[in-house]
Design a protein. Structure first.
Length: 330
């Protein structure tokens, strides 16, 4: 169990206590402290129940999780945000689900917003421009009470099979923050690994506790990494059309900003200036152009592990899709 942390504090302590209380006892807790200040080891609950890896500076989410994974030989590897709290049967239920069939390489729990009966996610969906969004976000958990196949899990709380990670690799450390789960999930699907949604495995999540729900920092990483993930993973015909879907998403962001709703509306409410968004988009595109040789090399590596035809993959993505308007609205 890998728990990266940047801020430590009571949220991390509560997260660790929830893992200690799991009905599945055969697990190790590894807290990776990116604070550079020893914040995790200062907490009694963490010192008593977890092994702590301390970094001198912030290595990013993916690198922190990878550090923990590389120190383990467990057949199943779980990840949880430090602002999430798991119900007691969470781990046991997901391990049982991932053992059901060899092809299941990932498990997505039912994730609720902390202290509510409202969904954060029931697995993830993908827009045609590479933007990912939580399935069932802000809906009732009762609408998502059936176990089913989903595209991939949110990295906030997920279970991965080591056999899958040994084949396709770990999280992309170049992404640093946000979209690592999207990239890993899409790479896994190219290799024909499946993802099980397990509604009886419940986690509560304090949404964007560390970096803010709609900050300029989050907007930059999400847009930059969305482009990187698209170049690496989308079939060529989809990648060619992605800019048009992005244009539609930007249009709806502008519409919702004028209404004070959606992610763009929350961005303005946070005190950030609306004119920052076009600049963030431009910077993200310039960054990806500069990174294109490396991204195309990574794209070839993804295809090397692929057991799925591009047309088949495109149909899979379409069956787990979300529109540009819905992305902007949520």
């Amino acid at each position: 169990m890998a728990i990266p942390t940047l801020v430590g504090g009571e949220t991390l302590a509560e997260c660790v206590r929830s893992v200690v209380a799991q009905t599945y006892a055969d697990r190790e807790i590894v807290v990776v402290d990116n604070s550079g200040q020893g914040l995790a080891a200062a907490l009694p609950d963490v010192r008593e129940h977890a092994r702590v890896i301390e970094n001198r500076d912030n290595k990013g989410f993916g690198a922190a999780v990878n550090q923990a994974f590389r120190t383990s030989d467990s057949p199943f590897l779980a990840v949880m945000n430090d602002d999430a709290v798991a119900h007691s049967a969470w781990l046991e239920t997901m391990v049982r689900a991932v053992k059901a069939r060899y092809e299941i390489g990932m498990c997505a729990p039912q994730m609720r917003l902390y202290g509510t009966n409202v969904l954060d996610s029931a697995g993830m969906l993908l827009c045609a421009d590479g933007s990912s969004k939580q399935r069932g976000h802000l809906e009732s958990p009762t609408e998502y009470a059936r176990a089913t196949d989903v595209l991939f899990p949110s990295g906030c709380a997920a279970l991965y099979k080591r056999a899958m990670l040994d084949e396709i690799g770990l999280f992309d450390e170049d992404l640093f923050l946000y979209c690592e789960d999207t990239d890993l999930g899409l790479r896994a699907r190219w290799a024909m690994w499946e993802c099980a949604y397990v509604p009886d495995a419940v986690v509560e999540h304090r949404y964007s506790h560390s970096s803010g729900q709609a900050s300029a920092l989050k907007a930059w990483y999400v847009e930059r990494n969305r482009l990187r993930v698209a170049v690496k993973n989308l079939p060529w015909p989809m990648l060619a059309l992605a800019p048009f879907h992005s244009a539609a998403r930007y249009f709806w962001h502008a519409v919702y900003m004028t209404r004070g709703s959606g992610k763009a509306g929350k961005f303005s409410e946070s005190g950030a200036r609306a004119l920052q968004l076009p600049w963030i988009v431009l910077r993200a595109n310039l960054h990806v152009l500069a990174s294109l040789p490396r991204l195309l090399s990574q794209r070839r590596e993804v295809r090397r592990h692929s057991r799925m035809k591009p047309k088949q993959y495109a149909r899979l993505l379409k069956s787990h899709s979300i529109s540009a308007r819905q992305v902007a609205a949520l």
